[in-house]
Design a protein around this ligand. Structure first.
Ligand SMILES: *Cc1c(COP(=O)(O)O)cnc(C)c1O
Length: 395
């Protein structure tokens, strides 16, 4: 056993089936281990390092900010926080305000609290129930685990869970609504559930129905947000106007940040919600730099070029290996290939690592790709070359 493995196993709680490669450095979508082996990274830390590893602009921003102020608390105004909230409003195209949290789950907790506040103040009889979708994923806190639409997550050892959550197939949401329902919370492309994009017409129909019935629509964009699908928000792509949107993963480029965005701009007053770290100088100045970089990438046409090129290479891999892959799914740089069975997928991911390319699993049988949005053509070529070598090896 390597020393690092011993150290980790001795002192860190065992909640992950860890790989013990010891990464030392990253450069855009390439990682280097302690033996200086390189890996093409098609995972970006599960959709987090949106502007790549070792990004010089982000590093400079963090150094400058850390040299001045990291944190003062939310008792005092935080200039980069206000600027980031303004930027999010502008890029989203919605008339919204933002609350900053530290993670996706915490952002979703905020969304749930906004919905329940709405249910209290807008109706004679309080509404509090929230409907989510089967195969969804909303986080690991006790409430967001319960909101997650997969029974396997609702382990009895964590019980009891908060009331008011149920999950359904999208077509059954209509019937599940009762006079205590306040909101429906969904992902537009299910990330952990198997890279499942919902059809646009279905989402628009649901959005209209909810609006007509005064039920809030919460879109969990923790994975789909921040240009992952090609637009700033997947909600932009689906042309809907959600009541609440949550962001996290890609927003900080690697620093922990979450955001709850809502058009119900005056729903809360002082003391209604809070967070010690949320939106501090470090994370919001970094978030601003990340959004500047990504906005430039989008406006220059480079992001769209990258998506087209990545899609072409992914299609080639799919066409050349139809004995392994069933379908090609996803949007933008959130893609998946369904593999014929789970065992083959596990072997594929393990062998890919040995061949120097990192990929993710999603659902039971989906090979998932979430590369940095800044990934280069060379890295894409190299990654797919290594994946084909992987497939040749396991066949
Ligand atoms: C990752 C994810 C979360 C949880 O985010 P954390 O930062 O791990 O709390 C919530 N919702 C979706 C859609 C996610 O992909």
């Amino acid at each position: 056993m390597k020393d690092i493995e011993k150290l980790d196993k001795e002192y860190v709680l065992h909640t992950y089936a860890r790989n013990y490669i010891n990464f030392k450095k990253g450069l855009n979508a390439t990682l280097f281990d302690d033996e200086n082996r390189d890996y093409v990274d098609f995972t970006s830390g599960i959709g987090v390092t949106s502007v790549g590893h070792g990004n010089a602009r982000v590093a400079k921003k963090i150094f400058e900010q850390a040299s001045n102020l990291l944190h003062t608390s939310n008792l005092y105004v935080i200039e980069p926080q206000a600027l980031l909230a303004k930027k999010i409003k502008e890029l989203s195209g919605y008339d919204v305000r933002t609350f900053f949290a530290n993670s996706g789950a915490e952002a979703n907790e905020g969304a749930i609290k906004i919905a329940r506040t709405y249910g209290e103040i807008k109706f004679e009889k309080k509404r509090y129930k929230i409907i989510t979708l089967e195969n969804s994923f909303h986080g690991r806190t006790i409430t967001t685990v319960k909101a997650t639409g997969q029974s396997s997550f609702h382990q009895s050892k964590f019980a009891p869970y908060p009331d008011g959550f149920s999950f359904n197939a999208i077509d059954d949401v209509y019937n599940a609504i009762d006079d205590e329902t306040v909101a429906v919370m969904i992902e537009l492309v299910q990330g952990e559930g198997g890279i499942l994009p919902f059809p646009k017409d279905k989402i628009q129909e649901l959005a209209k129905f909810l609006k007509d019935n005064n039920i809030l629509l919460i879109i969990d964009e923790v994975q789909t947000g921040v240009y992952r699908t090609g637009e700033f928000l997947a909600s932009n792509l689906y042309e809907i106007e959600p009541d609440i949107i949550t962001l996290a993963k890609g927003l900080g480029g690697g620093v922990p940040i979450g955001a709850v965005i809502t058009k119900h701009k005056d729903i809360w007053g002082a003391g209604d919600h809070g967070s010690t770290f949320g939106g501090n100088y470090l994370v919001t100045s970094t978030g601003l730099e990340v959004l500047d970089i990504l906005e430039e990438l989008k406006d220059s046409g480079k992001l769209d070029e990258t998506i087209i090129y990545f899609t072409k290479k992914l299609d080639e891999l799919y066409e050349n290996n139809r004995d392994i892959f069933i379908t090609h799914v996803g949007l933008g740089l959130m893609r998946g290939l369904r593999v014929k069975d789970g065992d083959t997928l596990a072997l594929l991911i393990k062998t890919a690592f040995e061949c120097g390319v990192m990929v993710l699993k999603s659902g039971n049988n989906t090979l998932r790709f979430l590369p940095a949005l800044t990934i280069s053509k060379f890295e894409i070529d190299e990654g797919f070359k290594r994946l084909q070598a992987t497939l040749n090896k396991i066949k």
